[in-house]
Design a protein around this ligand. Structure first.
Ligand SMILES: Nc1ncnc2c1ncn2[C@@H]1O[C@H](COP(=O)(O)OP(=O)(O)O)[C@@H](O)[C@H]1O
Ligand SMILES: [Mg+2]
Length: 242
């Protein structure tokens, strides 16, 4: 489904990605973990070209992602759902309009877009909040709107960039619950950047550990936490034991 080969990216003298290889099978849920600044966001942002890598290749569903331009790139992005750490909702639009936005931009009939957006909101338990504004919702609810917005195009793959990292601890659970349900029920391919070790243990098929722009270890959750080989995996295992 997704093949990333030898991906490089630097910002001036900072090397963010230092030759990353990552393969994700269709229907697989991969969790990416690693310390702040190790390149996790850069890696997943390259997949839908929010960030342009300096070298390497990305093939998604047989398409050469780095060769896409203009309208092709726009169409491609609709096949990729992205959930941001800071939600990125549009404050002046209602919840429903936030979720419909990209469908309407893509030329879908408003009524159909509305029906689809309501379905997506229903899946995250927020249909009743459709006419509210983001500021009237809790952080957990805002992120669930962010998830509905990512879901609404029926993406082939979903990318999640620390979706619970900006939430108060008491609001993390409701978002993790929605995420776990989606993983189990949709069978959509998912790449999830998160530090939530117990979520990863329950929901991931595979965990990929990164450090300083490289993949340093990967494997099934049970396996990597039982016998971590890298320093990074050992640190995450400690979180699990707390
Ligand atoms: N837009 C940017 N401009 C300059 N440096 C950046 C930019 N984005 C990321 N970096 C740097 O690249 C490295 C990797 O960042 P990032 O991918 O955000 O890491 P992570 O998501 O794992 O915390 C860090 O050193 C970060 O400071
Ligand atoms: Mg990040």
């Amino acid at each position: 489904m997704l093949q990333i080969r030898d991906l490089y990216k630097s910002y001036g003298k900072t090397t963010a990605l230092d030759g990353v290889d990552l393969h994700v099978a269709r229907g697989e849920t991969v969790v990416i973990m690693g310390p702040s600044g190790c390149g996790k966001s850069t890696l997943i942002r390259c997949v839908n070209r929010l960030t342009e890598p300096d070298g390497g290749s990305i093939i998604l569903g047989g398409q050469d992602v780095l060769a896409l331009q203009g309208p092709e790139l726009q169409a491609f992005r609709r096949k990729v759902g992205f959930v941001f750490q800071h939600f990125n909702l549009i404050a002046r639009l209602t919840v429903l309009d936030n979720v419909m936005f990209h469908l309407v931009l893509a030329g879908m009939d408003r009524e159909e877009a509305r029906a689809r957006a309501l379905l997506a909101l229903d899946r995250v338990g927020l249909k009743a909040a459709a006419d509210r504004r983001p500021a009237q919702l809790s952080g957990g609810q805002q992120q669930r709107v962010g998830i509905a917005r990512a879901l609404v195009t029926n993406p082939e793959i979903m990318l999640w960039d620390e979706p619970t990292a900006s939430l108060d601890p008491i609001l993390v659970g409701e978002v993790l619950e929605v995420m776990e349900e989606l993983v189990k029920e949709t069978g959509t391919t998912m790449v999830i950047v998160t530090h939530e070790v117990s979520f990863a243990l329950r929901a991931a098929h595979r965990i990929v550990f990164m450090d300083r722009g490289k993949v340093v270890e990967e494997g099934e959750p049970q396996e990597v936490f039982a016998q971590p080989r890298s320093e990074i995996a050992r640190l995450y295992r400690k979180l699990l034991m707390n």
